[in-house]
Design a binder for this molecule. Structure first.
Ligand code: SF4
Ligand code: SF4
Length: 404
């Protein structure tokens, strides 16, 4: 059946050979399909590819690159992972660098760009860059708070794959999460984008205080025709580092997350996605690993499936990790991608994992949890301290038990 579906959709998709076979990227429906060599051959997509003679531990190129196009943003959200301000940090990369970066990533075979900020709509070259990416075969997606969404952008539906609007809560819950009242801005942006024909999703950063109000936001999404909500863990980087101990989920909330999300997804028929850093909270419920793999649930692939550039163009494994020493600039990524020692904290985690990850049956899926949280707690190569299994095995309870 999959073969038949791919036959119909492939003319609108792209494919790339990898050591295990290949990756097929489709836009509508949006999907990345990892297939074996025989499947690639049967589709006539590689016969055989040189990379099949290798035994790589990571991909030949990222599937997705997160580009922080600017450190400027008027919103001043209290947990901003970029530490963005209205005037920016003063070291933003030039338009020329981003153009070179787009060309470089396209040459490497990257499928998706996630364009963000700061507030990406404030980057004067946003649309031009997105068009450049599209012309080179990549799908540019955008994340915005809704501020600065002008007519020109609203007229560019065909350029973007999807626009995700940051909406951490409904009504006063928004301010509870972000420290300013931007709910009407975000809601207005969602409506304007929908009216212009965009595919729209919501990015929701879940905190200790908004966790009990998650249902309100999912219900709002349903009532307002938004079918996808990406739920992200609060990350301890930028201004989020200072806020982390107050905002991160409680021990009980980490355990309650999966049942709550499943219940809300069933009740409201909204696609609720948990970001990569939530994998330990899912694995804590001991689901069948085969089911997790089938559903594409995966943990930390920073510096493998994912790459990121900060607003100065410096490379890191994901946008929640600091720029990595020696990896240079995103417009020269192909020179660094296969360098020995590059992205070592994430790429080598499986081989180097200590207990309790080493003996955990979910290690190949979860990959030790979020490196950004581990780094914040002092060691990027350590197991995620907020994983329920890690907390049980080490006798620690990272974070408060309840929300009081
Ligand atoms: S013990 Fe490690 S691999 Fe297992 S779920 Fe926790 S963080 Fe993930
Ligand atoms: S460090 Fe890894 S798990 Fe954490 S957000 Fe980045 S890619 Fe996801």
């Amino acid at each position: 059946m999959l073969r038949g579906v791919l036959d119909r959709l492939l003319p609108r998709g792209r494919a790339r050979a990898e050591s295990f076979g290949g990756i097929i990227a489709m836009e509508r429906p949006s999907a990345l399909v990892f297939v074996d060599r025989a499947f690639m051959r049967s589709l006539g997509l590689a016969t055989p590819a040189p990379v099949w003679a290798t035994d790589r531990r990571y991909l030949t190129a990222p599937v997705e690159a997160h580009l922080t196009l600017t450190s400027r943003c008027p919103a001043r959200c209290r947990g901003c992972y970029v530490d963005a301000t209205p005037s920016g940090r003063g070291d933003d990369a030039t338009e020329v660098l981003w153009e070179r970066a787009v060309d470089e990533l396209a040459r490497m075979g990257v499928f998706h760009l996630a364009l963000g900020g700061g507030e990406a709509t404030g980057a004067p070259f946003l649309l031009k860059l997105a068009r450049r990416a599209r012309a080179r075969g990549m799908v540019p997606n955008l994340t915005t708070s809704g501020l600065g969404l002008g007519e020109e952008l609203l007229g560019a539906r065909a350029v973007f794959g999807q626009v995700n609007v940051s909406l951490d809560g409904v009504g006063e819950d928004y301010a509870l999460a972000r420290g300013w009242d931007g709910f009407e801005v975000a809601a207005g942006a969602i409506r304007a984008l929908q009216a212009s024909g965009f595919r729209v999703g919501i990015n929701l950063v879940l905190t200790r205080r908004t966790f009990p109000r998650l249902e309100r936001t999912v219900r709002w999404a349903r009532q307002n025709g938004v079918r996808e909500v990406e739920i992200l863990r609060f990350k301890p980087i930028g201004r989020g580092a200072r806020e982390f101990s107050d905002q991160t989920l409680t021990v009980d909330q980490r355990r309650e997350l999966l049942p709550a999300v499943l219940r809300l997804a069933r009740r409201y028929r909204v696609r609720l996605r948990l970001d990569c850093s939530m994998a330990p909270f899912v694995c804590a419920h001991r689901p069948d690993p085969a089911v997790l793999t089938f559903l594409g649930i995966a943990g930390c692939f920073a510096g493998d499936h994912l790459v990121a550039a900060d607003s100065a163009g410096r490379v890191s494994g994901c946008s929640f990790l600091p720029a990595e020493e020696g990896l240079g600039s995103i417009d020269e990524l192909s020179r660094q991608w296969d360098r020995v020692g590059a992205f070592v904290a994430t790429r080598a985690y499986l081989e180097r994992a200590g207990e309790p990850c080493r003996s955990c049956r979910y290690l190949p899926i979860c990959r030790g949890g979020c490196r950004a949280v581990a780094l914040h707690e002092g060691d990027a190569a350590a197991p995620d301290p907020e994983c329920p299994r890690v907390a049980t095995c080490t006798g620690s309870q990272s974070g408060p038990r309840s929300n009081s």
